[in-house]
Design a protein around this ligand. Structure first.
Ligand SMILES: NC(=O)C1=CN([C@@H]2O[C@H](COP(=O)(O)OP(=O)(O)OC[C@H]3O[C@@H](n4cnc5c(N)ncnc54)[C@H](OP(=O)(O)O)[C@@H]3O)[C@@H](O)[C@H]2O)[C@@H](O)CC1
Ligand SMILES: Nc1ncnc2c1ncn2[C@@H]1O[C@H](COP(=O)(O)OP(=O)(O)O)[C@@H](O)[C@H]1O
Ligand SMILES: [K+]
Length: 505
């Protein structure tokens, strides 16, 4: 058993693949072995998490997830921890493994109660063994009541395999849990599942532990995992320290940020977005960084642009950019003006990040979408960085539909546009055609502040400009962006500008 950290790249397996692996393991192991191992692992973790618990309450459901809880209760009982079990099931409908565990727990003298214990305190522990990968609908009735009691208490919660109510494939939860009052932990069994790490998964799970139950995941040859947690090993981008002595600033890739619309007609200015992306590219090690502000059709850049907040950045009119030689980050604060420049950018830029209004413009034009696909045929690199609403516009759906299955949304877009797609949000999903997506393990809600997406786009631009392929560039950038936020001092506010300045090559 080990705790999954942001340093642990891990294959993630769907519920269907997990079932197949379970079946294969059961063919070679003695009956009931997997559940006994699951119960022992759960009991060990419970004891480690709450060694001084006065009460360990195990809420056990009607299937094998409940069986894991019953096995765990037996060990805790044997170790003198006096666990209390509430079991919710019908004996005649129990699967054989869970029935065997129910009989063993009763025979061992484990205490059963129909009422959840009152007065749970911070040193106590609740074990959620209600539903695992067999959940078919949201919890209701008594089960929902027990869950509410558990999460309203001051006690820590340990969920077995999957927090009850969470879709293990997608991370969607019809009734999201309330904000935690105490630590949450999840011990996932046999395989790690994608839904634990994206959408509602991260909030529902808390710290995730993994035990393969001595039956390491084995897929049929050639079958990939459903996703990866964390970037797979990829050719690293050489850091600045490795720069040859005989080099100059033109050797490290030029990035041009095209966006930051300032519209006199509409009285709006989004110049900050472009500035943030440019600042990110600069601090992430790009050789030269240009900012190309967009204004009302054909208008010269407004005077406000003359004083860029970072003097290392250089202004360029769009017509003065050498599109065939640069890495472009297009769309940050692009407004409507970006529509006019997109066809040329898509045609010419060898390395391109499309963000924000560039994505909105694509969503409104099948011709532009075809131009994105054409780029791949010409060997050009394209990364799109939609947030869920932008992804929904591209897919013709809604943000909530995207959030219900983030992996599917990212995969569909990557296949449709033949490009790398970074679907942002909690558990950012990075998808590329023909391979399993990656779920980024870093980041937190402190990033939910204006402009952090622009910073990510600029960072990816710098990585592409340094010669990285789009997939590792996107995975590494998402990881670094989120890790900075995770390590941010608790009492300092996180702003996008400061985030950009703390990036490193
Ligand atoms: N995979 C492995 O290798 C291993 C698996 N193990 C463990 O087994 C777990 C999978 O067990 P499982 O298949 O019995 O499913 P589980 O999650 O217990 O639920 C199914 C039951 O719940 C019911 N039910 C569903 N939704 C409901 C609702 N909302 N409200 C009320 N009831 C609801 C459903 O009934 P039905 O839908 O037919 O009404 C059925 O009776 C897995 O997560 C892991 O913990 C380990 O022991 C060892 C190795
Ligand atoms: N709750 C969250 N957890 C983790 N990351 C988040 C969260 N909220 C936002 N982020 C990250 O912050 C960035 C926000 O990007 P975006 O939505 O484009 O905002 P903006 O347009 O203001 O830059 C993305 O990288 C996203 O993944
Ligand atoms: K559970």
């Amino acid at each position: 058993m080990f705790r999954i950290t942001r340093q642990t790249p891990l294959p993630l397996h769907s519920v269907a693949a997990t079932r197949r692996m379970e079946h294969a393991a059961m063919q070679v192991l003695a009956a009931h072995t997997l559940m006994q191992r699951a119960g022992l692992a759960a009991a060990r973790l419970a004891l480690a998490l709450a060694p001084h618990a006065r009460v360990i309450w195990l809420a056990c459901g009607p299937g094998n997830n409940g069986g894991d809880g019953l096995e765990a209760a037996m060990h805790l009982h044997a170790w003198g921890m006096r666990p209390v079990v509430s079991w919710l099931g019908e004996e005649e409908r129990l699967p054989p493994d869970a029935r065997c565990s129910l009989q063993r727990a009763r025979a061992a003298g484990v205490l059963f109660t129909d009422e959840p214990p009152a007065g749970l305190s911070a040193q106590d522990l609740c074990v959620d063994a209600l539903l695992g990968i067999g959940a078919t609908r949201p919890p209701e009735g008594r089960m929902a009541g027990w869950l509410a009691h558990m999460h309203a208490s001051a006690a820590r919660v340990l969920a077995l395999d999957v927090p009850t109510g969470l879709n293990a494939d997608t991370g969607h939860m019809a009734q999201p849990l309330p904000a935690p009052r105490a630590e949450r932990h999840t011990l996932t069994l046999l395989t790690a599942k994608p839904g634990l790490f994206t959408a509602h998964g991260r909030d529902a799970c808390g710290t995730v532990w993994f035990d393969d139950l001595g039956a390491p995941a084995a897929l049929p040859a050639g079958e990939p995992p459903a996703a990866w947690l964390g970037a797979q090993p990829a050719a690293p981008v050489p850091p600045a320290a490795c720069r040859p002595h005989a080099s100059h600033k033109g050797c490290f890739g030029d990035v041009a940020v095209i966006g930051g619309e300032c519209s006199a007609a509409r009285g709006t200015a989004m110049t900050g977005a472009a500035w943030l992306a440019a600042s990110a590219a600069l601090h992430a090690g790009a050789g030269r960084v240009y900012v190309c502000p967009l204004a009302d059709a054909g208008e010269p850049a407004p005077a406000a642009w003359a004083a860029l907040p970072e003097p290392e950045l250089m202004l360029r009119r769009f017509s003065a950019l050498e599109l065939r030689a640069i890495t472009a980050v297009c769309g940050c604060g692009g407004g409507q003006a970006v529509q006019a420049v997109l066809p040329a950018v898509l045609r010419a830029c060898p390395r391109l990040v499309l963000d924000a209004d560039a994505i909105n413009a694509l969503a409104a034009s099948t011709a532009l979408q075809a131009a994105v696909r054409q780029r791949s045929a010409e060997g050009h690199a394209t990364v799109l960085t939609p947030h869920p609403l932008e992804a929904a516009r591209l897919l013709g759906s809604s943000a909530s539909a995207v959030q219900q299955d983030r992996l599917a949304a990212a995969r569909t877009l990557a296949a449709r546009l033949d490009a790398v797609v970074v679907l942002k949000g909690s558990g950012t999903v990075i998808a590329a055609p023909g391979q399993p997506p990656c779920i980024n393990p870093t980041g937190n809600a402190r990033l939910a502040t204006p402009g952090t997406g622009d910073v990510l786009a600029g960072l990816i631009g710098a990585r592409l400009a340094a010669g990285a392929h789009p997939w590792p560039a996107a995975c590494q950038a998402a990881w670094q962006h989120g890790a900075l936020a995770d390590d941010w001092p608790a009492l300092q506010s996180l702003t996008a500008g400061e985030l950009a300045r703390r990036l490193r090559p």
